[in-house]
Design a protein around this ligand. Structure first.
Ligand code: PRX
Length: 600
């Protein structure tokens, strides 16, 4: 069943043939790709049904595969190229240098008593040291827990305490969008764990801690993401099965070549930054370009300038970024030579037709396929993508990856079989993954033989590709003394894809002027609980929320009302239906708070 990875994801006939084989002979399929991993002991088989374990019996190390083996063979090649906030701020980290950084950080961790299976938090911006910190954990078998640098002290603390972290790696500050962001100041004092500030550390030369060889199924990292509950959940991924899945999807779907220069604009605080900034590109010995600045500072050409300067061949970004850059004058993009681009990708949210068209025509000059990749924190790597040719249909994520059996049950996309990328457990809820049928929470439909994603069906909201739980907003809002209860729903937004709309019931009827105060409190409470990315853009103060006999808020109805749906379904389950007309009027004139983010 040998085939060239470059062509497997290009035409329908080849795709069908390889896909069938991968489903009929999963062991052969995955074992073929497991050969890309350098093993200390080769696994016996791809999936052990009895143990429910991938790559069972295998021994290797993820960091060894991403760094050390390349440091031997291609020491001078750039592993990471970093761009900072100002034009001209650039650092190039070769594989040899990256190995040195990783060894230094892992020996600091060992020196502080960190052992295999200890959880180590990483609270850092997009700098090479952040990636080196992740790899340093992987090297010694510690479990990394990256917390997005935009999350608040409270959100950071919740993640560190519920995962039982032993230490936190951080730096003092960084610059983004022309502003100094004092990161270390965000770290709560009373955490009671070892804070390791890499700015204040003395590195020692010549420290060579050994690689901790791991069983395939040992743990690699925890990453928190939002679900339907009021608290984010800690998703745990295992080491080598995850590595196999992200390395294989990357290789096949993007059709990588050894000299590709790859630029992904995500952040290590999200799963894309784990899978397709850090692990997959470095595993394959490519150059991964990272950027810690803002795409529009000092000018809105930062991505284009980096693509031109580095001759980037694969560019992977989010629909929100595309939509926001599309709004700027054409001249900004036209002054840059983007002819090095071969493949474009998007991830994180549905891409609308106009953004797709602009990406295809203006960025890719009609010669680059757009890989609209659908996946999740829980799946570790890409599940759906269109074939890599330029006859694509906008907004259709397309085909399941090899070895993945998808279905649509009651409108929801599900995965019916085991695959190596699926998370192992939810640490904060003590739950293990159910491999039998994984329900994605996303609505989907078939369009011919392709799958089109419609968006979340549960209480997860996707603001600019940032996944947040409506219940997390509600918990933050309900903390305010004047608030009796609240319900937050997603409404569509031209730029952000979705945004949060809060219906709020107050305990008192405030004076007119006091509303502004309450709005301020709501915005600062969501920002304190979650982070700067989270605030409701619309607030509507209402006398009551629609409820069922058992007291459950009927969110579907609120979602329809907030989105201005004309014909609301008859909902006999709502006991206080008289409130519906009041709600319909109130959403026509909500309090709009786009600039509230400037509030302290
Ligand atoms: O709703 C889907 C949306 O993002 C959710 C997963 O969010 P997260 O775990 O943060 O991972 C994002 C990066 C992989 C999904 O449930 N989503 C992701 N990619 C797409 C998408 N929606 C539509 N099209 C996509 N390509």
């Amino acid at each position: 069943m040998l085939f060239e990875h470059e062509i497997a994801w290009e035409n329908d006939r080849v795709y069908e043939e390889v896909y069938r084989n991968s489903i009929d002979f999963p062991n052969e399929f995955w074992m073929q790709y497991a050969q890309d991993i350098e093993w200390k002991r080769i696994p016996n088989l791809a999936y052990d049904n009895e143990k429910k374990e991938w790559l069972s019996g295998g021994i290797s190390n993820v960091c060894y595969n991403c760094v050390d083996r390349h440091a031997d063979k291609i020491p001078e090649k750039a592993a990471i190229i970093w761009y900072g906030d100002e034009y001209g701020e650039r650092r190039e980290i070769s594989y040899a240098k990256l190995q040195k950084m990783v060894i230094q950080i892992s020996s600091i961790l060992k020196g502080r008593g960190i052992k295999k299976n200890d959880v180590v938090g990483i609270y850092m911006p997009m700098i090479p040291e952040a990636i080196a910190s992740m790899l340093a954990c992987a090297r010694i078998g510690a479990i990394h827990l990256v917390v997005f640098a935009g999350f608040s002290p409270e959100a950071l603390k919740y993640r560190l305490t519920t995962s039982n972290a032993k230490a936190l790696l951080t730096i003092n500050s960084f610059r983004r969008g022309g502003k100094e962001i004092e990161l270390a100041k965000n770290i709560p004092n009373e955490l009671g764990i070892d804070i390791i500030n890499l700015d204040n550390i003395q590195y020692h030369k010549n420290v060579i801690p050994d690689i901790d060889w791991q069983n395939s199924d040992d743990d690699l990292f925890i990453l928190y993401t939002s679900g339907s509950s009021g608290k984010p959940k800690g998703v745990l991924h295992s080491a080598l099965p995850y590595m196999l899945y992200v390395a294989t999807t990357f290789k096949v779907i993007f059709g990588i070549q050894p000299d590709d220069v790859y630029f992904c604009t995500s952040d290590i605080g999200w799963i894309t930054g784990h899978s397709y900034i850090t692990y997959a590109p470095l595993f394959h010995g490519l150059t991964t370009v990272i950027f810690s600045g803002s795409p529009t500072y000092p000018e809105a050409d930062r991505y284009w300038q980096i693509i031109e300067q580095e001759k980037v061949s694969i560019f992977y970004t989010a629909p929100t970024a595309i939509r926001s850059l599309q709004m700027f004058n054409k001249k900004i993009i036209k002054k840059h030579d983007l002819s090095s681009l071969r493949v474009l990708g998007t991830v994180g949210e549905p891409i609308n037709k106009s953004a797709w068209k602009w990406y295809f025509e203006t960025v890719g000059n009609k010669k680059c396929p757009i890989m609209d990749t659908w996946w999740q924190t829980e799946t570790g790597g890409i599940i759906l993508a269109p074939l890599r040719n330029i006859n694509q249909k906008p907004g259709i994520a397309g085909k399941p990856f090899f070895g993945i059996e998808t279905d649509i049950i009651e409108g929801e996309l599900v995965i019916k079989n085991e695959f190596p990328g699926l998370y192992k457990a939810i640490v904060s809820e003590c739950a293990t993954a159910d491999n039998a049928l994984y329900k994605t929470g996303d609505g989907a439909v078939y369009e011919g033989s392709d799958i089109k994603i419609k968006g979340r069906m549960d209480d997860v909201i996707n603001i600019s590709g940032h996944r947040l739980g409506t219940a997390e907003f509600e918990c933050a809002i309900n903390k305010i003394s004047e608030v009796q209860e609240s319900a937050v729903v997603a409404v569509s937004d031209d730029l952000k894809g979705q945004t949060a709309f809060a219906f709020v019931v107050l305990t008192v009827t405030p004076e007119r002027d006091d509303f502004a105060q309450i709005v301020k409190k709501i915005v600062s409470s969501t920002r304190n609980s979650i982070g700067s990315i989270a605030k409701p853009d619309y607030i509507s103060f209402v006398p009551d929320l629609p409820k069922t006999r058992s007291g459950k808020i009927v969110r579907k109805l609120l979602r329809d009302i907030a989105n201005g749906a004309e014909n609301l379904p008859e909902l006999h389950s709502v006991i206080n239906s008289e409130v519906i007309d009041v709600l319909k009027v109130s959403v026509k004139n909500p309090i709009f708070c786009p600039d509230m983010c400037k509030l302290k």
